[in-house]
Ligand binder design. Sequence first.
Ligand code: PHE
Ligand code: ZN
Length: 894
Amino acid sequence: MKTEHAPTIARADYRPLSWTVERIDLHFQLDPTATVVTNRMVCVRNPAAEPGPIRLWGEAQERLALTVDGAVPQGLRENATLLEIDVEGERAVVEIRSRIDPKANTTLSGLYLSSGGFFTQCEAEGFRRITWFPDRPDVMARYTVTLEADRASCPVLLSNGNLLETGELPGGRHYARWEDPFPKPSYLFALVAADLVALEREVETASGRKVLLQVWVAAADIDRVEHAMDSLVHSMRWDEETFGLELDLDRFMIVAVADFNMGAMENKGLNIFNTKFVLAKPDTATDIDYENVESVVAHEYFHNWTGNRVTCRDWFQLTLKEGLTVFRDQQFSADMLARAAGPEGAASARAVKRIDDVRVLRAAQFPEDAGPMAHPIRPDSYQEINNFYTATVYEKGAEVIRMLHTLLGPEGFRNGMDLYFSYHDGQAVTCDDFVEAMSEANNGFDLDQFMRWYSQAGTPRVGARGEWNAADASYTLTLTQHTPPTPGQDDKLPLVIPVAVGLIGPDGKDMPLQFDGEKQAGPTTRLLTLTEAEQRFRFIGLAAEPVPSLLRGFSAPVILDVEENDARLGFRMAHDADPCNRWDAAQRYAERVILALARAHAEGRVEQAPAAFVAAFRALLTDATLDPAFRAQAAALPGEAYLLERMAPADPAALRAALIGLMRELGESLAADWLALFESMQVPGPYRYHPADAGRRALANLALRYLAAAGDAAGLGHAQAAFERAGNMTERFGALAALVQSTSPARDAALAAFQARYRDDALVLDKWFALQAGAWRWQADSAPTLERVRALMNDAAFSLANPNKVYALLGTFFRANAAEFHAADGSGHAFWADQVIALNAKNPQVAARMARALENWKRYTPALQASIRPQLERVLAAAGLSPDVEEVVGKALG
Ligand code: PHE
Ligand code: ZN
């Protein structure tokens, strides 16, 4: 907790440490309230650094003993979090014993308890809450770990690497000793001591080494781990085939824990996961949960090379491992989907995955890039590193890697990866090191200008103008770029922006593309590389005026600032050969319609959607040649968060009214189509997770949503019946969601039935909380959602101490229910401040995440701003404010 203003840490201030650690031997006497940690480290002078003391960071522990080479040290300075020891010579053995209280640790960083078991979380700076250590990622040491604990309550004792020995101890206790053969930074340390069981599988790596895979969960959950294990095996194979990267350990463990701040953590050989991303069985997990488990398992597994074998020099380089690893997991998921779809459906399956990724980027990263927390994928400064596990570092970071992949081609990219590992295996490096390897492996490909993606914040705007010249059958496309100012960065330079382009002819087919100067036409989608503020590209041999299809496959993380009228959007929606752009045309058309409806509503008028839009929407929806998963994407309206970003000022009430009106209208006027779709998309037989089935279920559930939104007895009856006869969670939850987002009188009974059925199932109850917190007000006289949220906070299953519960109930309300959260009476804002203050005292990371829900408050209507400001100020003035929350709220108030 802060005592005064949280200091700012700057990337430019990086200096190597004078002393690092070669080996560390840790001994844990685990006890819920008084765990004793003995830490013996071999410290070595760093020849590459300025001379200075040994520097050790420590927090939240009581020191019992300290010796250097067996004696009480002489020169020793200390403040609340840092210990400096003056030492002569080149090496020294430092031994520290301290006591910590895992039970009192509600931050879930460091060593903590969950359901009676001990778990650790060390990224980014949790290790210093366990013992004093030079807790920075550029200190890579070899670890041996001994755990001692009560055998009855903690029969399983795990740490990184290989198990050396186990044994009994007096008093019902036992121990285990582990050794990790690979040097690693402290943030990858982990231990688990708990009552768990494992699903095990033995597999061979590509080179024929036998390895043991384990997924550890509570005994009651052992029937839901198969999918995680399968996902792990698929990830291993994919990394071998795609990048030639093998598992380097004899044993690889995944452990599920119910109390966890994030999704999962890539600790060396001992990944620790939020249960949400491990457990899946048909009765409790939706298709989307299955997909998420697969991609998070892959993500953490892939970190073993991109993150662990080669790690970050300092936390400013976070995107080095995260952007790259997100890109890898996105490619993996796309390949898995394409493989399941077969050769015919592969392209569409990949597009559906790409669309998902683009949706996330637009909903989460674009708003971040436009707000007070905007930062480059490699930030220049921070107050609290935990606040920088952001959509920018992760998702935009992955887009930057994807652009490299696009510019260099798959082979060039692979060569770059190979060179990166050959240079830097076992090292802690920077983003520059990565990009240099990419360049060097590709004949010195010039990436100097490309590096601006690492230093400039903000979402670039790309403009386009086309001019067809009938006389010489040429078409000149002028592309422009500019990036708006962000906090601390007023002026931006042009970026390298790969723009994939196709030209669509009047018949709806792609025209042959021939650049001026080319002998003949090439492929119908071509890559233009925009490097200037304005640049022209000339195509020849075009007998008719084309409609350009720009940024195909979403080839760069930019906003395409191009005005397209309804007719052109409708045309591209029907014909664009690039599925991502076809989807995007539908999104843009819907956005135009929705924002116009919202404007009308704000002016007190109720309007209808243009008939041409409804017709174009219907045509896409009912086109049986299109894969159901794609149609489900195309028929889902743009997300509210993204639309609010596109409104100036953001007016959540008007937007919500527009969305409700449009959903109703589409539900009513296309009722027959929705019903036919719902029926034809039913998947017979027992549930299996398969992308083809998942696509059908997604479309059936969407049909139900629109049918229920229409609000007539027939539509509501279908949702009700679907809920009652559902055979798996995807169907059951889809039907329940349709009922909750409607005027159905049966919604409360359905919610109660769902709750009763899953009374003891924490993860399913999270869905139940989230659904209610996200409920729209479909009837003007129904109770505000906030009343329901307040009541649910008193439900026995809710707890402010469990991040999943907080994210489900409060997170959904704050981040996914704008109109209810921003109720005109300000009740939502006052509630927000109360909850952020309450969470701050327990878990600053979770509190800061909730605090971020109001960071873009200056974009809202003046009336909402007037209601929000005093609440932000109230939080900032709260006693004992953590640096985490202070940074977020301080920057928001600016
Ligand atoms: N490094 C984790 C991941 O992206 C995320 C994480 C960060 C987990 C910090 C816990 C704490 O895979
Ligand atoms: Zn990661």
